[in-house]
Ligand binder design. Sequence first.
Ligand SMILES: [Mg+2]
Length: 292
Amino acid sequence: MPFPATLDKKPKVIFFTDFDGTITLKDTNDYITDNHGFGVEQRRAGNKLILDGTDSFRDGFQKMINSWQVSLTEMISILEQNIKLDPHFRNFVLWAKEHDVPIVVLSSGMVPVISALLKKLLGEDLMKDIEIIANETQLVAPDNSLDKKGGWNIKFHDESAFGHDKSLTIRPYANAIAEMPNENDRPTLLYAGDGVSDLSAARETDLLFAKAGHDLIVYCEREGIPFTTFEDWDSILEETKKIWSGEKTVRKLAEEGLKRHRTNSSSRPLPTSGTFNRKTSLSQEQRPVIQE
Ligand SMILES: [Mg+2]
């Protein structure tokens, strides 16, 4: 159900989430690049250029896609055989359905890939309520076919340096909610993510679930963005239930998350300062370098 209809049922919580590496255990685009494209070493080298601001996420991702030796149809079938969802995601979806919590997938991947995987791994019945906002695909001449290697390409969601600027979807929600006259009607906006593609969403919600052991956490801590860590969707579900029932506030969970993160990673040095390259939605101030 797209915005603003999502707000009609007066949900207490709206849950936005990344797809690759957050709902899935492995990143689908990395998997194809490593096994059917220019390989893991070149991908890592490209990733460093994105992280230090030399290359944009959009251009780095396009280079990965240009190296893929498969049609979209083949890609989907390879992923269906090799990618698994977080084993607890299904339970989260069931709980969300029962409690009128909309789930919106915001991804830097492509809609047909995500929807095929959710359909296969979650089932059509459960996936049909999940809104997917991501890049699309387009046909390329002369082959003009998703069944042929050179017959298709990605069609980016917007003009941003991310290809898909996730804040563009979340912000209208935040604005509409801010205008709700009754404070008790205002839903809490949550987001779950793990990586660089989530930086465009990180500032937009009330609380961010950042995957433990991944560097989105370092960015959030340095930038003062409220976050809590998660291991899997079981821990996300437990904390979301507390927010939904009013047992805990997002502020309390963010404080606990920060404390837990600091206890677990006290020996880990923070990266040195640098710049992160982004064209839209966030200011051009100095950004930390985020190590892979
Ligand atoms: Mg991800």
